[in-house]
Design a protein around this ligand. Structure first.
Ligand SMILES: Cc1ncc(COP(=O)(O)O)c(C=O)c1O
Length: 374
């Protein structure tokens, strides 16, 4: 069994994928070529935002957004400590201070009730992460942001295709940022990412920062980065977009089936050490389950037990950002964000992709029951 099955997906779009890649090889415009523009148009439409700017990764897109907002030394950006390093890392790399706010234990996303206490005169933006494929609570976050005149940047690296109150992830605030890392719900065959906004001026700035801050060839009014997007990756994504709606629906169905199987397997277990917590889906959300992440009491035992039964698992993420050595200078310690710390000790992700069969899911949950029982 595979944790993520990219081969089945390739087989499904093989013809279209190969033709699109061949077209790029034939025209030879390898960087920001025509396919990129076509992809940006399709993605902007999908997300429901006026502009899409495809870039080199979902890390670089966060940096580009922060640079476009002129966020740097002396500024603070509020975010979640329970995320992949890139979120806090890019805030710090821009020169600003990441200010962590603990998460809602049900969704693992930033807890809006705790945000206002972290706002200072130096706060410029809030960067919520839509973790594991479920959007953060954007109505609550946007309301706080507008009261305090802050910009909201969604780190939607894991959530493209998910919806919140019927609206698409990456289209829920001033700026949305997506990742096309191969294992993401919409992944290319290398690194890639995209920014989304309705703001014409911001879109222009972000597109310029993507190409070394140039507004016309060899003319640079501001600093930028090499954040350009490969045309071959655009070709890959255009082929995958043809089946993306279908894959999103499959993810949703497979997530619901996991929840049902886990409920059936563990409903009668009363010993807390042998219980399993399945993901909670907020009623206003759909999830793309970039990860299908559960909580267990004794993770090392479950990891061992799953491995022994041939089921791959992964941990997203074992150490919250405030406890990472790189952020030691922020002065946070064990106990600063108890909900994130508890989650980091208990979470474990199961195999998840749109091509997981019912038999495979039954097999995973049976192995889980045995692994938890030890
Ligand atoms: C929450 C989050 N933010 C940012 C990133 C960075 O994306 P990329 O790997 O495309 O640079 C990731 C990717 O793993 C992520 O999960």
């Amino acid at each position: 069994m595979q944790f993520i099955d990219l081969k089945s997906q390739y087989q499904r779009v093989r013809e279209s994928m190969n033709a699109r890649i061949q077209a790029v090889l034939d025209h030879g415009q390898y960087i920001l070529g025509g396919e990129t523009v076509e992809l940006e148009k399709q993605l902007a439409e999908f997300v429901g935002m006026k502009h899409c700017i495809a870039a080199s990764s979902g890390t670089d897109t966060l940096l580009i957004a922060l640079m476009a907002l002129d966020i740097g030394p002396g500024d603070e950006v509020i975010t979640s400590p329970f995320t992949f390093i890139a979120t806090g890392e890019m805030i710090a790399l821009a020169g600003a201070k990441p200010v962590f706010v603990d998460i809602d234990p049900r969704t693992y996303n930033i807890d809006p009730k705790l945000i206002e206490a972290a706002i200072t005169p130096r706060t410029r933006a809030i960067m919520p992460v839509s973790l594991y494929g479920q959007c953060a609570d954007f109505d609550a976050i946007n309301a706080i942001a507008s009261r305090h005149r802050l910009i909201v940047i969604e780190d939607g690296a894991q959530s493209l295709g998910a919806t919140y109150k019927g609206k698409q992830s990456c289209g829920l605030s001033e700026i949305g940022s997506a990742s096309f890392f191969p294992s993401k719900p919409l992944g290319c065959y290398g690194d890639g990412g995209a920014l989304f906004t309705n703001d014409d001026a911001l879109a222009k700035l972000m597109a310029e920062i993507r190409v070394h801050g140039q507004d016309r060839r060899y003319h640079h009014p501001r600093l930028g980065i090499n954040g350009r997007f490969d045309t071959l990756q655009a070709a890959v994504l255009l082929a995958k977009l043809e089946i993306f709606d279908d894959e999103v629906a499959a993810r949703s169905r497979i997530g619901a089936r996991y929840a049902q199987l886990i409920d059936e397997a563990f409903a009668s277990v009363s010993n807390p050490a042998q219980r399993v917590k399945a993901p909670w889906l907020a009623p206003e959300c759909t999830s793309v389950y970039a990860q299908y992440t559960i909580e267990v009491a004794d993770r090392p035992k479950v990891e061992e037990g799953m491995k022994a039964r041939g089921i791959p698992t992964a941990v997203h993420y074992p150490v919250p950002l405030h406890l990472q050595p790189v952020f030691a200078s922020l002065g946070q310690r064990e106990g600063s964000f108890p909900v994130s710390e508890a989650a980091a000790k208990r979470v474990i992700s199961l195999p998840m992709h749109p091509y997981l069969s019912d038999d495979q899911q039954v097999h995973v949950v049976k192995a889980l029951k045995e692994a938890v029982a030890g």
